[in-house]
Structures are given as structure tokens and as C-alpha cells.
Design a protein around this ligand. Structure first.
Ligand SMILES: Nc1ncnc2c1ncn2[C@@H]1O[C@H](COP(=O)(O)OP(=O)(O)O)[C@@H](O)[C@H]1O
Ligand SMILES: [Mg+2]
Length: 331
């Protein structure tokens, strides 16, 4: 599907803003702070269901009491989201929903300038990053993650209370074990799929013979649900002293290797950028493979961060996709 137009009302700094898109590349040009990323954010909300950077109260234009975004696709379908300060509603082909229904989500590959630093950022940033990507690979990943995070929050809250007994957290342990195992399985599978392409795609960008690998660092590999549960129970005393849960997939990390060495700290800035570019291309590929839908590519200000040869790679690789680019300078 192709996005034909996007209309924003009271969204961030925009009172009213319309973008007409082309099938191929659309460019949003403007100074810093003029609201370019906000347009991508609006598209993201109507394709993914929520923003990649904020909650609705922050998005609503200051001093206004509602926002509205409308996207029209090339098949004539129109999706709308409104927020009135309290309630958010999606209107999809004249039907109202509190959340964007799964079947009305459309895959996007989002490329933010901060993604270029993914390799040297924190484990939690990397987990968030891959959670968004994997959620687009398979909706069941999102479901498991949501349930896991809810159970984790509840367990951690209980862990802070006085005179807690091991049995008090049992039901949360059960849920963590169940969804934790499911998440680990998905993560291992998806990392494996990325690895099948990573070196080859990287070489096509860097034009050398280097080897790149992504590794999931986890305490949970090969752990059964029963073992997971047992481990949570074994660590109960420690957890209750610390007030949080030490074991589980929320501690996972995604580590990149260049020529068998951890890329963080050893790879150059240029090499890290090429790795991320490769990752984006593979993301787009895998999303298409898994959903049958060509993702819309949202490139936020990344052109200015890349040299000529990497820019060229970016353009060539996303030739078959609809691409929406923001930039301060003409590209
Ligand atoms: N809720 C809001 N109401 C009004 N202005 C906002 C709101 N949120 C952010 N802004 C402003 O909107 C501008 C647009 O931000 P952004 O889309 O990130 O711009 P760009 O990507 O073009 O640099 C910023 O100057 C920011 O201060
Ligand atoms: Mg921006």
C-alpha cells in the first residue's frame, strides 16, 4: 500500500499541515524545529498505533484541546486518529476503535539519526529497538512482550512490600516464565534470521570481506518454562532485598560483532554506520518476507549523517519501497 497524503491538525507545532506523497520518494524539507520529525511521528501513529517518541499529551499542540491526523492510502482508504486530551480514537473505514486494530497496521521501517548510535548505546535502548522491529515481524511477539512487561511490573511492585513470602509472587512468576520463554524463542529465531543476511549485506555496503554477527546475550537460552520458574523462585530472596527481578529476558542484550570482536569499542564510526544500514535493509526485507507487505520507509534526517556512498546505498536499497525523507538540506 502507498500513502497518498497525510493531514495534521494541532499536532505538535503544526496547526494545519498537509503532505502529498508520491509512490516513490517524498521529501519533507525544513529548518530544525519546523516539525519534520512530527510528520513522520504522525504517520507512525496511524500505521503502528502509537508514537515512537512520546505520549499523546505531549503531542497535542500546546494551548489546543484536540489533535487529528488523517492518512489516505492509494486505494482510497482513509485512516484517522483523534485525541481530545483524554481519549484517543482511531476511525478506520468509518468504524471507531480505541486502539489501531492489528489488521489495519501497516509495516514501516523507521530510521532515526539516533539509530546510528545503536551499537554504542545502552542495552535497554537496544532492547527497545529490537522490540519495535520484532513486533512488526510477528504480532505474537508484541502480545507476549506486553504481558511479560505487565507481569514484571506487578512482581517488582510486590517485591518492594514488607513481609513478602515467596508464594505471594507465584502467579507473576508463572506468567514471567511463560512469556519470557516465548520472547526468548522469538528473539533467538529473529536474530538467527538477521544473521543469515548480515555479513552479505554489510559487505555490499562496506565493499570488503568483513564478517558481521548479531548475538543475543541472554540468561534464558535453552531454558524451559519449568527451569525459568525455578530460577525465579531460587532468586526470590535476592530479588526481595533488591526490590526488582534479576532473572529474565528483560536483561537481554543484542551485541554486534565485527570480525569476531565486539563491535562496540572496536569498530570505527563508519563501520558501525554500515552495520546499522545493513540492519535496516534486512529489517525491510524480513518484514516483507513475513507480512507480504512492502514497508514504508521513514528516513528522519539521516542523509546528512551519511557520506555519499552510504547515501547511494540507501537510495538503491529502498528503490522498491515508498520512502518519506526529512532533511534540513536538499538531497
Ligand atoms: N505539543 C507541542 N506543541 C507545540 N509545539 C511543540 C509541541 N511538541 C513539540 N513542539 C515543537 O515542535 C517543533 C517540531 O519538532 P520536530 O518535529 O522534532 O522538528 P524537526 O524534526 O523539524 O526538527 C519543535 O520546535 C518543538 O519545540
Ligand atoms: Mg527532526
Amino acid at each position: 500500500m502507498i500513502i497518498k497524503s497525510v493531514k495534521l491538525v494541532n499536532f505538535r507545532n503544526h496547526s494545519e499541515y498537509n503532505l502529498e506523497c508520491t509512490d516513490e520518494t517524498s521529501l519533507i524539507l525544513g529548518e530544525n524545529g519546523c516539525g519534520k520529525t512530527s510528520v513522520l511521528e504522525a504517520i507512525y501513529i496511524l500505521t503502528q498505533g502509537k508514537s515512537f517518541r512520546a505520549v499523546d499529551a505531549e503531542i497535542l499542540k500546546r494551548g489546543e484541546d484536540f489533535y487529528r491526523v488523517e492518512i489516505e492510502f492509494n486505494n482510497g482508504e482513509k485512516n484517522v486518529v483523534t485525541y481530545d486530551g483524554k481519549e484517543k480514537n482511531f476511525v478506520i473505514i468509518d468504524k471507531k476503535f480505541k486502539r489501531l486494530p492489528k489488521k489495519n497496521r501497516y509495516p514501516v521501517v523507521l530510521f532515526l539519526p539516533s539509530d546510528l548510535n545503536l551499537i554504542s548505546s545502552s542495552p535497554s535502548r537496544r532492547r527497545d529497538y529490537f522490540d519495535l522491529v520484532f513486533g512488526q515481524f510477528d504480532g505474537r511477539y508484541n502480545d507476549a512482550l506486553l504481558k511479560y512487561n505487565k507481569a514484571l511490573k506487578q512482581r517488582n511492585e510486590l517485591l518492594k512490600s514488607e513481609n513478602l513470602r515467596p508464594g505471594d509472587v507465584f502467579s507473576w512468576n508463572m506468567l514471567l516464565a511463560r512469556y519470557g520463554c516465548e520472547i526468548a524463542k522469538f528473539r533467538l529465531e529473529f536474530v538467527d534470521e538477521i544473521n543469515k543476511k548480515l555479513t552479505e549485506v554489510y559487505r555490499s555496503i562496506a565493499e570488503n570481506d568483513d564478517k558481521v554477527e548479531l548475538l543475543l546475550e541472554t540468561q534464558v537460552e535453552g531454558v524451559t518454562e519449568a527451569q525459568y520458574l525455578k530460577q525465579l523462585e531460587a532468586e526470590f530472596t535476592r530479588d526481595s532485598y533488591l526490590g526488582h527481578t534479576g532473572f529474565g529476558v528483560h536483561r537481554d542484550d543484542f551485541v554486534f560483532y565485527l570480525n569476531d570482536k565486539v563491535a562496540e569499542g572496536s569498530a570505527s564510526r563508519g563501520e558501525m554506520r554500515s552495520i546499522i544500514l545493513a540492519l535496516k535493509f534486512i529489517e525491510a526485507d524480513l518484514v516483507y518476507q513475513k507480512t507480504g507487505l512492502k514497508p514504508v520507509v521513514l528516513l528522519d534526517d539521516v542523509f546528512s549523517e551519511l557520506d555519499a556512498s552510504r547515501r547511494k546505498c540507501l537510495v538503491q536499497n529502498f528503490k522498491g519501497n515508498q520512502v518519506i525523507i526529512t532533511s534540513v538540506e536538499k538531497v
